[in-house]
Design a protein around this ligand. Sequence first.
Ligand code: SF4
Length: 256
Amino acid sequence: MWKALKARLYQGYRTGKFPTKTPPNLPERFAGRPEVDQEKCAGKEEMLSSLCPVKAISVINGKLTLDLGKCIFCKKCAEKCDGIRFTKEYRLAAMKKEDLLTDSTYYTPPLPQDRSLAKLCGRSLKIRQVSAGGCGACELDFNVLNTLAWDMGRFGIQVVASPRHADCILVTGPVSRNMLLALKKTYDAAPRPVWVIACGACAVSGGLYGESGQCEQKLDEILKVDLYIPGCPPHPSTILEGIMRLMGKGAGPENK
Ligand code: SF4
């Protein structure tokens, strides 16, 4: 007992100040929101879209566009074209799928238009996580938010074991055929209203596994999704910032 208390005093307060005061401490190789310089990308559209492993690059309205919902942030496109630059912008989550399309250097994180979740759960959000065929990466980066370094419980965000206690279902994975029924049952068991969060490229768009015969439908073809969190896997700061934005707490601090 004394040993434990001594160790606790020695270690001090270890929880980071993100996202209330400071931007997250991101590793050097972190790849955040890409910036697209249309002039520098001109003439390279076909080459770039053919090298992207998840077909995240296309031309929309005459502009080279990256779909962050599909992107696995492998940086292959940036290696071949200096018009694409991955920044340290970690605030990637969006409430609408079209807000995940990026074709410029300009960006402001979108705020929720539907304030119902903020009104009902602004101070306490219970989440039931469903791994619908995930590889474990998104699950681990979400799980880390429960550790003392992130401590999402200080914002009232908690993971619950039963969907009966959940305000929100956080889904990871491309929704494999084997997990489809379990996902639907979990959603049906949650009291209304219930919100759905798609966490990671697989849940948002199918990712690398979306075209597999084992994945019949994308998550947003099965359930109405309220928050899309891109990444493969998303960084914990991206997940936490997105959830807090959905809760009506505003966008997280900018990472310059
Ligand atoms: S970083 Fe994203 S857009 Fe670029 S090649 Fe990789 S998956 Fe495609």
